[in-house]
Design a protein around this ligand. Sequence first.
Ligand code: AMP
Length: 367
Amino acid sequence: MTEAPGPLRPGAAIGIIGGGQLGRMLAIAAARLGYRTVILEPQSDCPAAQVANHQIVASYDDPAALAELSGQADVVTYEFENVPVAAAGRLALDVPVFPPPKALEVSQDRLAEKRFLNGIGVSTAEFLPVDSDKDLASALSEFGGSGVLKTCRMGYDGKGQRLFRNFQGDVAGVFAAMGGVPMILESLVGFVSEISVIAARGRDGGLAAYDPTENVHRDGILHTSTVPAAVPPGVAEIACRSAFAILEALDYVGVIGVEFFVLADGALLVNEIAPRVHNSGHWTEAACAVSQFEQHIRAITGLPLGGTGRHCDCVMENLIGNDVERAPRLLAEPDLVLHLYGKAEARPGRKMGHFTRIRPARPTVPT
Ligand code: AMP
């Protein structure tokens, strides 16, 4: 990989693989710092391209498109974790790619991710690989009949998952019904809440983290993120320390999202890591001087990381599908920051936008 010298100068170009809402918000943050953006995305007029300087309309692994991207960009980043690792590796021969492709490798496969986390001393749910109905039967009996079966790859927002609770029956056919692909069975975690930490590492190795948020999901999709999270201060500190350990072990540059289960005794288990800006960090745009998007742009361009202090408490809520029709009414509220993603069609389950209600900060009370 070629190392870029010093911070990128204003006017330099940032390549972004993926054209969704995260790419859109990264492009806006990049523009505020004086950078140009080039989006690689097969869907034309995508949310990111609407606010970027240029779009290359091609698949993420198209060799000609990758050559065009590395020719135009001074640094390349991505907004989703399923970027083909080979494409990121190919780009990295010609232009710095941050976060490093290794972060994609680890986060694309739940088995590799859990082994990596446990290997650096970060706890997760217990897990067993499942490659057949027989494996599933023995894994379920190991975990007392309960667990969450997940495809190792391409699962997100609860997709590619099946819950077993005190299951005594026959699992014949389950492996094939789930697609016959490599899977893992995770032990069913009796968590009291779910939190996440958005953290960053700069090109100089500097570290920063925002306050953890408490996340509530609906139908497997993030519904709200609340800051501060109702966890004792010690828990927040441990969560940040785990995020920093992950960043350092991956020699990471950029923003990462780390999702945790909080157990009744305050212990934390990492559910998953996302090597990118994260939905549960959207509140930073409304409540912090430097948002997660600007933080990521700062990190990958070699600028100093920004402060992560929060100047208000807040609740971020996603607008899914037809929820987007609430936008005009929401805008009548004071102290509300709305962000729509420029998607033409409001399909069920599709993230159309989000809003953040802010209120004066109160001291975090240990619970
Ligand atoms: P994931 O796609 O892995 O983020 O899972 C989506 C949601 O399913 C999580 O946010 C949890 O609410 C729930 N979940 C996932 N894995 C487990 C587990 N091992 N035990 C209990 N709940 C889980």
